[in-house]
Write a protein that binds this ligand. Structure first.
Ligand code: SF4
Ligand code: SF4
Length: 284
């Protein structure tokens, strides 16, 4: 890495761990705003955009992906030590992502199904959130994240104000865009009442129940929703399955799935909440 040639601008570094790159891509999707943003910050490390890499320390690190290898568990500590602020972006980084499903299976169970020679795979038995390993200054949820929320987070941080990112549920977004409630009108299974807003109520707007991409809302009442789903005819396995997608290892969704018969985490045999406790969201 080279020394920073323009030290006047705040430096932003974007890091990838176990992930599909979709959340980093959301930053590149900020087409109209990206050039303006590039006048306010220096992208010091962003391999999806440029091979140029400037040595740390960094003012802000954006971290995509979960921790799935011993090497990455060490790498995130180095990145944290180089970063004044560290924000995690996306379901992989904030809850372990879809690959967190491995947490509920025997060691290597999925690797054996996917790879012809899984003996060459060296990884941890779990996929865990970045906040389980290092302090995180803000978690931005979604699979993928919403680019407008990402811009709001970055610009608010640059301006020194609290980002306007809601913790209420997708239902409020349905109401705002005038979507007829699928759950009430048609009995369609929908995770919107317990899922954090951010997508704009996209799936319900096209007749699909919410899949829970943005993870648990601040005051998610999964017991109430599960009772309604059972009343509408969903079986126990279906309710458990609904909570086992992109944010399966998020403590609130994890507890809800286990309560309806989903396998507990393989390492402890019980549905234990994450040791990191409440969401670390706070003023950046
Ligand atoms: S949160 Fe979803 S979109 Fe983002 S990196 Fe993970 S799998 Fe991809
Ligand atoms: S469709 Fe789903 S997200 Fe929309 S209001 Fe109904 S329950 Fe809430």
């Amino acid at each position: 890495m080279s020394p920073d040639p323009s030290p006047a601008l705040p430096t932003v570094a974007v890091w990838k761990f176990a992930s599909c790159d979709g959340c980093q891509l959301s930053l590149l999707d900020c087409e109209d705003e990206l050039l303006t943003l590039a006048e306010s910050v220096r992208f010091a490390h962003f391999t999806e955009m440029s091979r140029a890499a400037v040595a740390g320390p960094y003012d802000l690190s954006l971290v995509e992906g979960s921790i799935t290898t011993a090497a990455d568990a060490l790498r995130i500590r180095t990145i944290r030590a180089q970063s004044r602020l560290l924000f995690t972006i996306g379901a992989c980084a904030t809850s372990g992502g879809i690959q967190g499903l491995r947490n509920f299976a025997a060691s290597g169970a999925y690797a054996g199904m996917v790879y012809a020679h899984s003996e060459y795979i060296s990884s941890l038995d779990t996929s865990t959130a970045i906040a389980d390993h290092v302090p995180v200054d803000f978690e931005l949820h979604g699979c993928p994240i919403d680019r407008r929320q990402l811009l709001e987070l970055i610009t608010a941080t640059l301006a020194g104000r609290r980002p306007a990112i809601p913790g209420y549920s997708v239902c409020q977004e349905c109401k705002a865009r005038g979507t007829v409630c699928l759950l009430v009108a048609h009995g369609t299974a929908c995770l919107g009442p317990v899922t954090r807003a951010g997508c704009g109520g996209l799936c319900p707007s096209v007749g699909r129940g919410c899949f829970g991409c943005f993870g648990p809302a601040d005051t998610a009442n999964t017991v109430s929703l599960s009772t309604r789903l059972r009343h509408d005819g969903a079986g126990e396995a279906q309710v458990a399955r609904l909570f086992r997608t992109f944010n399966a290892a998020a403590p609130v969704f994890l507890a809800a799935s286990v309560a309806h018969g989903g396998a507990p985490p393989a390492d402890d045999g019980a549905a234990t909440p994450s040791p990191r406790g409440p969401s670390p969201e706070r003023d950046p």
